[in-house]
Design a protein around this ligand. Structure first.
Ligand code: SF4
Length: 178
């Protein structure tokens, strides 16, 4: 993995942050999974969300099985962050950037394990609801929270925040690799 090449490519993107983290320093918490199951309308609706992604212990095993992780972050300004539609409308741009970064890895023959934002929206109706395998496992990204990851301590360690002001939306993705 040529990190110099990767960073050259990352510098071309509108990222406000990128940095490497040790997967073993991530905090995995059953509490995050509890929030998914009690507060998220997408729980149990896609392969990108719990319980489809597996138990938190299994998710932790997958993530910490990698030697390295690239965290990327984007920000977007909205008129009113309480307007969910407007806030979510900034998500596709982040997903596109995440896909672009994933291709930077693939160009080097490295297949990263990618966690991104929210539930998968590639198909109109997720195959999970039909009890069938994911139709696009090479494109689908589970969300960071689905794996029980509490990103706040990692953000703090990197001098970052989840919220940068009233009308600023922040999105983060994690790309695990060896
Ligand atoms: S790619 Fe389609 S089948 Fe796979 S998780 Fe996303 S919506 Fe579901």
């Amino acid at each position: 993995m040529d990190k110099a090449y990767l960073e050259e490519k990352l510098a071309e993107l509108p990222l406000y942050f990128y940095g490497y983290i040790d997967p073993k320093t991530l905090e995995f918490s059953g509490r995050i999974r509890y929030i998914c199951s009690t507060e998220c309308p997408m729980y149990g609706k896609t392969w990108a969300c719990p319980p489809g992604v597996g138990e938190v212990d299994r998710c932790k095993e997958i993530c910490t099985g990698y030697d390295n992780c690239l965290m990327i972050g984007t920000i977007a300004e909205v008129r009113d962050i309480a307007d969910i539609d407007e806030t979510l409308s900034t998500r596709p741009a982040h997903e596109e950037i995440t896909n672009t970064v994933r291709e930077f890895f693939r160009e080097q023959g490295v297949e990263p394990y990618v966690l991104s934002t929210e539930a998968c929206a590639i198909c109109e109706n997720c195959a999970y609801l039909e009890g069938k395998p994911c139709r696009h496992p090479d494109r689908m990204h589970p969300c960071v929270e689905s794996h029980g990851i509490n990103l706040i301590p990692t953000l703090e360690e990197n001098g970052l925040e989840f919220q940068y002001g009233e009308n600023v939306v922040t999105w983060y993705s994690l790309l695990f690799f060896n």
